[in-house]
Design a protein around this ligand. Sequence first.
Ligand SMILES: Nc1nc2c(ncn2[C@@H]2O[C@H](COP(=O)(O)OP(=O)(O)OP(=O)(O)O)[C@@H](O)[C@H]2O)c(=O)[nH]1
Ligand SMILES: [Mg+2]
Length: 648
Amino acid sequence: MTAARKNVMLGTAGHVDHGKTALVKMLTGCETDTLAAEKQRGLTIELGFAPCQMADERIVGIVDVPGHVNFVRNMVAGAHGVDVVVLVVAADDGVMPQTREHLDILTLMGCRHGFVALTKIDLVDDARRQEAVEQVRGFLRGTFLEGAAVCPVSNVTGEGFDGFLRALNEAVAACEPHEVSGLFRLWVERSFKVLGFGAVVSGIPSSGEVREGDRLRLLPGRQVGRVRRLEVYGSRAEVGRAGECVALNLTDVDPKQLSRGKVLAAGDAFQPVRMFEAELRLLDHVPRPLEDYVEVHLHVGTAEAMAHVALLEGRPLPPGGRQMAQLRLLEPLPVAAGDRFVLRMTVPALAEGGLTTVAGGRVLGTSDLRLRRRRPWTLAALVARRDAIDTPEAWAALHLKEAGDCLSAAALARRARMPEAQVRRLLERLRDDGIVLDAAAGQVVHRDTVQEAAAGIVRALRDFRAQEPMRLGLEAAALRERVEGSAGVFELAVSRLREQGVVQRQGDVLVLPGSAVELSEEDRALGERIEAALREAEWTTPSAAQLAGDLGAASDRVERMLRLLADQGVVVRLAEKLVMHREAVAAARQVALDLFAERGSFTTMDFRDALGVSRKYAVPLLDHFDAARLTVRSGNRRTPGAEAKGRS
Ligand SMILES: Nc1nc2c(ncn2[C@@H]2O[C@H](COP(=O)(O)OP(=O)(O)OP(=O)(O)O)[C@@H](O)[C@H]2O)c(=O)[nH]1
Ligand SMILES: [Mg+2]
């Protein structure tokens, strides 16, 4: 097709026999009732698709739906893709049951644009025509079509057709084309075999784009097919987009497996599920509240299945109300976040006891785990999903936040079920806005995740101080065990806290600034004596037991003081039972630097000899320097580490 297209789908709606198909024929020249049964019975059974040229020459699609009450399920399968509705009401009949139900379905399916064609005006006088217009206006009050144009038209004489065309063009112009940046997904509407070509499927993609050569997975199932040929509105096309009627000729797929209600999707992001979450809305005119766990007929995309409704607030849903719910399906369906659905059931007071549409909503998540009712965090998480689902940037940010960890762009794309390239673009903006932070190894993390971890760290340090009044703080590893979250998030949170001055590093421990230990006079004196003894001993530092003996103090008091001195950074803990005065460590460090300056690298023995001490002291010092990246060990030899470069 050479003409430009606007990926917006028009759809008819309305009661049986009101002139939908005749209107589509007048508009497009296409006869959409093609089945023998349709011709014979003079009514539409299956969906009909036709291209429709707008005043600006652009082509949009139109789907013609059946009005008969027995085929509402077919209507719903078309309605999931409709952006602009042409609600058809015959002037002689006026508003009828399926006028109402179709409008309800489109409302629940998220349709926001449209107008009314008041057909068969050639059959009524002016007074009846006026009466019908008023009736329709009243009927539209409070719906998304309130105030929309009502265009009297005759499909037989053509009267009123110009006004109808104007309204159509205005409604289409008011409708934004579909976003196409998402992953490709198509609910199969129809499939057939073409001799010599194999399987062909058609439908309206709900997201993304498709091109010849693309590989698509058929769900449920494991088959992956390649798009051999692509048509949009019956003509070969380079790309098929969300909101257009596309036909795909697929290789490598068993035609018997292709049927309405299945999904063709790009990549492996989508899976069939038995449960999904949604905000459910019960229509105003349903006479009774919807009870928890009621059984319903679920229509989603082109599929239908029986399901139970678990109302997550744990109370009945009143008419006109909304509530977060989990749909529990009796058979798995390839549902995805963003899909719209309706629920039908028998309501004794409605539709003469037959099935009727009562509720609907939009899929917010496919956790596929049984969610418990009355859980505030579950409800809050679903509200956050609802508020983000219309904005790809917010959706990506929310999935990063839900992960609560550092993620690569690829991992985030999988979680959010978005193309990686799109996620990378969105991350740039989120980073500029400060919502997303860079983590190690090219990963990203949500600002709130780091903030929560930081708050947890401060809390843990306070708690620790309350438990251990003789300690100032905790080593990073010990602190990490007391807070939730991954190592990556912890590192980021600590470095932010240090930048902000909320946490300080003192020797080996992290402390809250201003932390001090109140010591008795005796303890203070003991501390001073220990420090003096250690300074004096330099590298041949005594053990705690030795110190206790030398100073005539209880060894547990000495241990406690040593821990405090370490927290204060006065002494350095080189090993479990080996502390050394910080001046001695600094002097040893200088020895190492001098050795590097002299010979580039050195062995443990060189170092030991330079210090003039035994391995007992030399080895822990070198291990300490390795950890501090002053030295890099390979076998028995040390070369300069990052901390030594440019200093020796
Ligand atoms: N006089 C008159 N007859 C019409 C008009 N529009 C449609 N019809 C006739 O009404 C009958 C039904 O028209 P369709 O277009 O098939 O109605 P429909 O709404 O598509 O019906 P379903 O698809 O079965 O719901 C046909 O016999 C049409 O010729 C009109 O404007 N004036
Ligand atoms: Mg029809």
